[in-house]
Ligand binder design. Structure first.
Ligand code: AMP
Ligand code: TRP
Length: 333
């Protein structure tokens, strides 16, 4: 059976971008057709300024939201990255495989390091090595497919390069994975700035729909979204990014695969926004309700995570041991 791995960082509250770009497919498709692992990748949250108590809280909240979204612990393995030592163990070997140059070329590093410098926070070394840890997450499980939003394509490409290079130098150890993306809404844009992605950690939340936003908040954010200067509802990501984003949201929320056709059915921005707002509210309603029920029983979530980590460890351990031997480290007697 195919192996799937994906993850989400506990750097902020989960957004509609996370849900449409990644989580919904994990729930609806991936966990049913593959041996799938999903991880709250908390080590990745330490690469930028962070508050320890907040990261801890967001990790539990992310796991709870993944369950509320419909991940079923009977069908997939859900765990917290730092509970499984193999990720950090393998990451070091991959640091010995990657080059400084290829990491400095990563778009996310370029963007985030500029922001950290501007805030005079200092660029953590882990921000540079982050994609190597991500590669370790993926390769430790012999992963075939990595379901992610489009922003992660470059990181998965790097993972492939590292797997191939390691295998060529030291013998075949790793499966070479590939990224998969949803057909619609693989890149959900910020409602206030439709040229940049809807990310959890923007300072201004007005353009971000969080999974736990109240219905009224979701409606307000969508109705106030920045649209474009034209009047016609056309699906054109270059010329009318605000409207194209809105159409994508409506298409994704209603299960329509042809956003361009959907755009043709509207003759005003207002009507499009209104329908989008209602569709998104309905999409998120069950998630929010299940989250409330699960949050009332943290013992359950903690048990799921404990069992998930045990299963994950059992899978990663032999793979990482094999990599240690292949690269030339003496096995412990
Ligand atoms: P992150 O929040 O960066 O940990 O992302 C977790 C998953 O959500 C990854 O697969 C991302 O590609 C996906 N994702 C995050 N933001 C968006 C977005 N605005 N549109 C589509 N997918 C996204
Ligand atoms: N880097 C990913 C993001 O920012 C999160 C992530 C970490 C991930 N490790 C992963 C995604 C492994 C897929 C597989 O969204």
């Amino acid at each position: 059976m195919k192996r799937i791995f994906s993850g989400v960082k506990p750097t902020g509250h989960l957004t509609l971008g996370n849900y449409l770009g990644a989580v919904r497919r994990w729930v609806e498709v991936d966990q049913h057709q593959a041996d799938a692992l999903f991880s709250v990748v908390d080590l990745h949250a330490l690469t930028v300024e962070h508050n320890p108590a907040r990261v801890r809280r967001l990790s539990l909240q992310a796991a709870t939201l993944l369950l509320a979204s419909g991940l079923d612990p009977e069908r997939c393995t859900l765990f917290v990255q730092s509970h499984v030592d193999e990720h950090a163990r393998l990451s070091y070997l991959l640091e010995c495989t990657a080059t400084d140059g290829e990491l400095r070329r990563m778009i996310q590093y370029k963007e985030k390091s500029v922001r950290a410098r501007e805030a005079e926070e200092g660029v953590r070394l882990s921000l540079l090595t982050y994609p190597v840890l991500m590669a370790a997450d993926i390769l430790a499980y012999g992963t075939d497919e990595v379901p992610v939003g489009e922003d992660q394509t470059q990181h998965v490409e790097l993972t492939r390069d590292l797997a191939v290079r390691f295998n060529q130098r030291y013998g075949h150890v790793f499966t070479v994975p590939k990224a998969t993306h949803p057909e619609v809404a693989a890149r959900v844009m910020d409602l206030q700035d439709p040229t940049s992605k809807m990310g959890k950690s923007h300072e201004n939340g007005a353009g971000i729909v969080y999974l736990l936003d109240e219905a009224e908040t979701v409606r307000r954010k969508i109705m106030r979204a920045v649209t474009d200067s034209g009047r016609e509802v056309v699906y054109d990501r270059e010329e009318s990014p605000g409207i194209a984003n809105m159409v994508d949201l409506l298409a994704a929320a209603t299960g329509c695969r042809a956003p361009a056709e959907l755009a043709g059915a509207y003759d005003s921005y207002g009507a499009l926004k209104k329908d989008t707002a209602e569709a998104v509210v309905e999409l998120l309603r069950p998630v929010r309700e299940r989250h409330a029920a699960l949050a009332a029983d943290p013992g359950y979530v903690e048990r799921v995570l404990r069992e998930g980590a045990e299963r994950a460890r059992g899978m990663a351990r032999p793979m990482v041991d094999r990599a240690y031997r292949a690269i030339g480290l003496l096995p412990a007697a």
